[in-house]
Write a protein that binds this ligand. Structure first.
Ligand code: PLP
Length: 374
């Protein structure tokens, strides 16, 4: 008895990748962001599929994600978005990974290890243009460039920044970040720092800010079929990649005024048919969906009634008399003409589609459909 199943439609992933290509053209490189188990979609399988589609770069958080990609045989360049520790420099050389750099002490350590190994390590320097998180503050970029230029074991291959609010309707802060980024790029040029890639565009930038492309773009969520927000100016047709399914484990008739689940938070208002499903918050199905969620069964919507428990939920199928034990139930995705999107769920749990994908998929077993990798 399987609790729930995650299906990953790699044909949908290819479709979404082709949408990115269509927007940015052939001359802009694409870095497919596959961090956090490819937003829960399965890092290795997604990376392989993107490699067949000609992705120029892959992006992961750290060595812990980058090394397994190499071990799985991926040959595409890999950027470590969160940089590295000193004790990971050897792994970076051994597995041909490219760290993002934003700290002088790490820069010095990378350079001296590289020189000791008679090599140079390519890096991408991250500039904070307003996100306030990772990166050399943009006003300190010139000073950082001087340091980098003195370190002969380092070769700057890229310069990047990250948008804070490109997904919002108001693009004024993004425009300011783009201006700061351009100023830093000019400073790099004045400092004779030559590199191949400047990059700042995430999915929202790709969709709404063509001026942000530079030489490389970094799509994440749009590859997985999620719009980066509901406020986009130029939405593109994307196909959801992930489906979460289960089956009806038990079906029962209950009288009016029957309590359901922990805490008896739901009382039936009429004689009801209740389907019990083997899925719960252990599967990433948020407890906040208690008495709020919906599922699809027999191509109809059925409401979650009672609390979400660790491994079970109950849904009211009184209005869908055809339902039988073992019927397929869709918690995320399409069934017939009905669809439940990650955005539908996110709206009910006060979060964003990104977190729904991570919660459902992250490091769980998946079934991959429509692979083009032989
Ligand atoms: C996660 C991430 C992205 C992808 O962002 P999306 O909004 O999912 O497209 C791009 N760049 C960096 C640095 C990231 O960490």
């Amino acid at each position: 008895m399987v609790g729930s199943t995650i299906e990953i439609d790699l044909a949908a992933l290819r479709h979404n990748f082709s949408q990115v290509r269509k927007l940015v053209g052939q001359t802009t490189a694409i870095l497919g962001v596959v961090k956090s188990d490819a937003y829960g979609h399965g890092m290795v399988a997604v990376a392989r599929e993107l490699e067949t589609q000609g992705v120029e770069y892959l992006g992961v958080s750290n060595c812990r994600e980058g090394v397994p990609l190499r071990q799985a045989g991926l040959t595409t360049p890999i950027l470590l978005l969160l940089g590295i520790d000193e004790d990971e420099i050897i792994d970076v050389i051994k597995h041909d990974l490219t760290p993002v750099l934003f700290r002088g002490d790490i820069a010095e350590a990378i350079s001296s290890t590289a020189l000791a190994a008679s090599t140079q390590i390519p890096v991408h320097v991250k500039i904070d243009t307003g996100m306030g998180r990772l990166g050399v503050p943009h006003v300190e970029a010139e000073k950082f460039f001087e340091l980098i230029k003195s370190l002969k074991g380092i070769r700057v291959e890229g310069l990047l920044s990250h948008f804070a609010s490109a997904d919002e309707h108001d693009k004024s802060f993004s425009t300011q970040q783009l201006e700061r980024f351009q100023r830093v790029l000019n400073q790099a040029k004045s400092a004779d720092l030559n590199f191949r890639y400047a990059h700042i565009a995430n999915s929202a930038g790709i969709i709404d800010l063509p001026d942000s492309y530079h030489q490389l773009v970094r799509p994440g969520i749009m590859l997985y079929g999620g719009p980066p927000s509901q406020e986009l100016l130029h939405p593109v047709p994307l196909k959801p990649v992930m489906t979460l399914k289960t089956r009806v484990l038990q079906l029962k008739e209950v009288a009016a005024a029957s309590p359901l689940g922990y805490g008896c938070t739901y009382l039936t208002s009429r004689p009801s048919r209740i389907a019990t499903l083997p899925v719960g918050y252990d599967d990433g199905y948020d407890r906040l969906l208690s008495n709020k969620g919906e599922v699809l069964v027999r191509n109809r919507r059925a409401p979650v009634v009672g609390r979400v428990s660790m491994c079970l939920i109950t849904v009211d199928v009184t209005e869908i008399p055809e339902v039988r034990p073992e019927d397929e139930v869709v918690l995320l995705g399409r069934q017939g003409d009905e669809e439940i999107t990650a955005d539908d769920i996110a709206a009910k749990t006060d979060t964003i589609n990104y977190e729904i994908f991570c919660n459902f998929g992250g490091n769980r077993r998946k079934q991959f459909l429509n692979s083009s990798v032989s």
